[in-house]
Design a protein around this ligand. Structure first.
Ligand SMILES: [Zn+2]
Length: 410
């Protein structure tokens, strides 16, 4: 288990309540707010509690697991908002305080506070009643690190709050409860697996499409918290190991083999027929690619386009998805991975590789089925199954066959 010592103040206070249904540990340091958050207790410690004053051992925080989420990086500065913003050093000592707005800047390995004071390389920051990091609202504390002139912001979020927040960005609120519950288990399994192999010594997952989208904890509707609470702690395992629970929007009739997409066969990620996503708005789609756009894509893929530019699918996977695309013009011909073509044309235009490309006057007509890579759980298919009365376990076992649904700790 990973957690920062300064988070243990609140955790310890609530350790005695472990086992109460759908409870979260408190978010230490932040006073109660009126925001709809995940089951917060009204009796959490106030901001006067000194961080680091109490150090709990991992056994004392049993049942509460945290995940470190990178919420900002790649820039030299980050802007924080909050009525009151306080910052502590790694030793738990309060080092700075401000109201309203603070800019943290990385100067090599040191942090500049609001354009003036130069502090150490690590700060733990909390805001009252809450903290905004860029556009993200975060409950609790955020660790900031200066690294080679870059500011990293890492939110340490209770796992179940993370699951609910990710679910709210990755699935529509109108989905059936059992479908949301199934996706919550997939999201949690991915997160627990990622935390076992952190991306970086400073964080477990990126809060972007690189891992799972995490936009902070505001606006997480009750349906997402309920789906998370109902499946609390459940993960998908294959032969005892955490499964790679990838998912996508709509398979368009048949999911894809992991081996066809990533070159590695995974027994529980083999193609399944799925007609439960037929009511997805992207079950069938069409994209009209203009001549200009086709020339831009050809150029991006390394073929100088002339008037005789041609674009055609030249290879398919066993499920019928495009695997190769040939681009030819003026005697130059190049075959690229279909995924490269899709990336160059735009993921929102060419929504999946289950597609046909037909030349038409003024460009190309690209028609296709589904949205996403097609591997693993089909979200709209899960929703269709739930509408037919399937429970979340049945849904998961359909898309991840041969796995089992168990508690997070075996
Ligand atoms: Zn489907």
């Amino acid at each position: 288990m990973k957690f920062l010592p300064l988070f243990t103040v609140g955790i310890l206070l609530f350790a005695g309540c472990a086992g109460a249904p759908s409870r979260e540990a408190a978010y230490p340091g932040a006073p109660p707010s009126s925001r709809p958050s995940t089951g917060r207790s009204p009796t959490q410690p106030g901001s006067t509690a000194r961080p680091g004053a109490v150090v709990a051992s991992p056994s004392e925080v049993r049942g509460t697991r945290f995940i470190r989420v990178l919420i900002s990086g790649g820039t030299p500065d980050v802007v924080l908002g909050g009525e009151t913003i306080r910052a502590w050093g790694p030793d738990g000592r309060l080092v700075a305080e401000a109201a309203g707005r603070v800019t943290l800047g990385a100067v090599g390995e040191r942090i500049r506070w609001n354009g003036s004071r130069l502090l150490g390389d690590t700060l733990d920051v909390a805001g009252a009643p809450d903290l905004r990091v860029g556009n993200r609202y975060v409950v609790g504390r955020v660790r900031f690190l200066a690294r080679k002139g870059e500011m990293l912001a890492v939110a340490v979020v209770p796992l179940e709050s993370y699951v609910a927040a990710v679910l709210s960005r990755e699935a529509p609120a109108r989905f059936q409860p059992e479908a949301l519950a199934a996706i919550a288990v997939a999201v949690r399994t991915y997160a627990v697996g990622a935390a076992a192999k952190p991306r970086d010594p400073a964080y477990d997952v990126a809060g972007s499409v690189e891992d799972q989208v995490f936009d902070g904890m505001d606006g997480v509707a009750a349906v997402f918290r309920e789906a998370t609470d109902r499946t609390r702690g459940l993960v998908v395992r294959y032969r005892g190991e955490l499964a790679r629970t990838v998912y996508h929007s709509t398979c368009g009739g048949r999911t894809e083999d992991a081996g066809s997409v990533w070159g590695k066969d995974i027994p529980y990620l083999r193609s399944q027929f799925c007609d439960d996503c037929a009511d997805s708005p992207v079950y069938r789609w069409e994209y009209r690619m203009s001549g200009t756009e086709g020339r831009r894509v050809a150029t991006a893929l390394g073929v100088p386009p002339g008037t005789d530019l041609s674009i055609a699918v030249t290879g398919r996977t066993p499920t019928g998805r495009a695997s190769r695309v040939r681009i030819s013009s003026g005697g130059v011909s190049m075959e690229v991975q279909a995924a490269e073509f899709r990336k160059a044309a735009g993921y929102a235009n060419v929504r999946s590789l289950k597609m046909e490309i037909v030349p038409v006057a003024g460009g190309w007509r690209v028609t296709g089925e589904g949205w996403g890579h097609g591997v693993g759980l089909c979200q709209f298919g899960a929703n269709g199954m739930a509408r037919r009365g399937a429970g979340f376990r049945e849904i998961l076992l359909r898309y991840y066959p041969g796995t089992e649904i168990t508690g997070e700790t075996p």
